[in-house]
Design a protein around this ligand. Structure first.
Ligand code: FPP
Length: 246
């Protein structure tokens, strides 16, 4: 019998995800790695819908890192093809679901076909006012900090947290509240280094193609139970809870 969806006391405004484990999912089935990425696209579709249904306002996913160029060339071209195909197939559905798509990352080195797809996907959904979906593609956290610093310097502005923050690639959304990484590894891998300063981290053992609604709910439930202090004390942020424990 299908488990009913748990009542979540609070839902993170912004969820970011490192979708790891596609390669292992494929390997276990004696399939090529790109078959894992293809299944990863299906998992991403399910996750987008589930996040929107649960009231998440911003979802940011890591689809291709600056370092992924170092993978075997057939895997890199497979990922590029997958993106171009997914854009053609999914954008009409994203558009009708009210989702606003942003691509975050460097466009240098991408083919004309992929670049045109990214631009068209953003333009097609630009008037939507539902969940924001940021797809980090050819993205690295260090690249983002460096490009922000270069933009601030070029504008001749003083280099401050505020000016850098305004120049970062995710300046159009608040910082992630929850960062999920699937696939069992516990590291950040050059994702959102600036923006995750105060994000809650959740590591799931599910491989990304198997990360279903129940696994998402486990992450959201864990988030709801965290006490976020932002450098303050527990007594400052939750005086009632602190008194009860005293
Ligand atoms: C990491 O798993 C995953 C990636 C490098 C790609 C993520 C891409 C998707 C989920 C598909 C959506 C992407 C596009 C282009 C629309 P891994 O390959 O490192 O897995 P492993 O750790 O098991 O080897």
């Amino acid at each position: 019998m299908k488990k009913s969806r748990p009542q979540l006391p609070s839902v993170p405004h912004h969820v970011a995800i490192v979708m790891d484990g596609n390669g292992r999912w494929a390997h276990r089935r004696l399939l090529p790695r790109v078959a894992g990425h293809r299944q990863g696209v299906e998992s991403l579709r399910r996750c987008i819908r589930a996040c929107a249904e649960r009231g998440v306002k911003v979802l940011t996913v890591f689809a291709f890192s600056s370092e992924n160029w170092n993978r075997p060339s057939d895997e890199v071209s497979g990922l590029m093809d997958l993106l171009a195909t997914a854009l053609t197939r999914e954008v009409p559905e994203l558009k009708s679901a009210g989702i606003r798509l942003h691509f975050v990352g460097s466009r240098t080195g991408l083919s004309d076909r992929v670049r045109a797809g990214l631009t068209a996907g953003e333009a097609e959904t630009a008037d939507n006012s539902g969940m924001v979906l940021n797809v980090c593609f050819n993205y690295g956290g260090r690249w983002d900090i460096a490009q922000a610093a270069a933009r601030v310097a070029e504008a001749g502005e003083p280099m401050t947290e505020e000016s850098l923050g305004r120049a970062m690639a995710l300046a159009h959304v608040p910082d992630p509240d929850l960062l999920i990484r699937t696939g069992g590894e516990q590291r950040i891998s050059n994702f959102l280094l600036w923006q995750c300063a105060y994000s809650e981290l959740f590591f799931s053992d599910h491989l990304w193609p198997e990360f279903d609604e129940a696994a998402l709910d486990d992450a959201l439930m864990a988030f709801a139970q965290r006490e976020r202090r932002f450098g303050k004390t527990s007594a400052q942020v939750a005086p009632n809870r602190s008194q009860a424990l005293a």
